[in-house]
Ligand binder design. Sequence first.
Ligand SMILES: [Zn+2]
Length: 77
Amino acid sequence: MFFIFGLRTKVDQSGVVQQVCRHCGNQAAQVITRRSTKFTLFFVPLIPVRTRYVQQCTFCGAQYQIDKADARRLAVG
Ligand SMILES: [Zn+2]
């Protein structure tokens, strides 16, 4: 008997908003993505380990983590 287990991160694009970038200070499209990591057993996602929300500036490419409330507020859904 053996087990195959690991972690899998799924990236979903939640939305795009126009906002002033914290990094470069330009008004530019910001892509909001949700990255959810799940514990997998036999390649089947079972237990959510963590969910992070990341905002990326399309002008300078900077990425930074935002909290769930901000993600909800910025991107519908
Ligand atoms: Zn920027």
